[in-house]
Design a protein around this ligand. Sequence first.
Ligand code: BGC
Length: 402
Amino acid sequence: MTEEKQFPKNFFWGCATSAHQIEGGLTNDWTEWEKSAHRTEHLKKQNLNPQDFISHKAANSFEDNNADVACLKGLSANAYRFSVDWSRIEPREGEFDEQALAYYLNLIKKLRAHNIEPFVTLWHWPLPLWLRDKGGWASPQIVKYFERFVQTAVKYLNTDVNFWLTLNEPMVYSSMSYLNGEWPPQKKNPWLYYCVINNLIKAHRIAYAVIKKIDSNNQVGIAKHNIYFEAYQGKLFNRLLKAGADWWWNERFLNKIKNYQDFIGLNYYFHNKVNYGFGKKHEHDKYSDIGWGLHPEGIYHLLKDLQKYGKPVYITENGLADRGDQHRSWYIHEVLSNVHRAIAEGVPVKGYFHWSLIDNFEWAHGFHPRFGLYEVDYQTFERKARSSAEYYKDICEHNLIV
Ligand code: BGC
């Protein structure tokens, strides 16, 4: 007989999304980049249809977020992590759009009415155009703009929100946008990369103070993308590389903000076996649709590493692209077994958010990858539960895995 693994009382079971990936109808640095001639040419050269890489209406959530709330209800989830979009709230410098704020407040109220705890991400990557034109995250000025944006948004939305994430995956953003040049503004400049990270650190610290000042009960953190680095065959050189990677990618940002966060948000997707270099091909038993090796055990090691911070941990993202729903239930089960093991060993994990609630616009990969527990029909915007949604619902309802 398989053993039941019970999760702690009041555990948050939720899903995560982000504004740009689901809302539709946005105008920001990403939407402009998606439509740019340069991007279109690049995609055509690979025989890809540029239309599949333009977010357009995305999953149409801005027009109908009731559909998303219904999905959360369908899962019996008690928490939802979503983001607000800066360009919607502050479309022109210093001009805040009351209707946009009201839209988010209304969503929060709907969640509350269904006993779903909102976890609000304040910045999940895109920037307003006016801010892009001022140099975006490479400009030190952004820190004061972020402060003003956070002050306005949090003041407006505060009453019904306890959990705030200032930034989503600052290390991923800075490396994709400023080091390897894949995402807008497509820079390949190690110095800018370093400056951007520092600006993100400063922005978080200031935002932390602002949010606590508005209400000292607010719980504030970031969503941090950590990779499980493993030293191949335990060789000395690989161990040294692993230590360097752990320090730079997993720990440095968290160390810099450790006195400015109430919890740690962990996003887990990757395992990287260090073998005289990073990112070398090594075998996994299972892969997602976009070739990411599935390694559920990695989350256990990452959680153990986070224990030293002595802060509650929320798994703010974890999931896979799996259109045919071949591996999703298995993956959720295995990841949660590993989370359970970490909890049993004293790591204070307080919640799990599956990425994602619904299929959505997967950044530079466009619409092809399907991360949703619910499938989205991009013609009608109907949501349909995949069988893994049924599986996850069982977990949310019973607070255990079998
Ligand atoms: C991001 C999401 C993204 C997911 C899957 C995370 O890095 O926060 O926006 O969709 O990974 O790639």
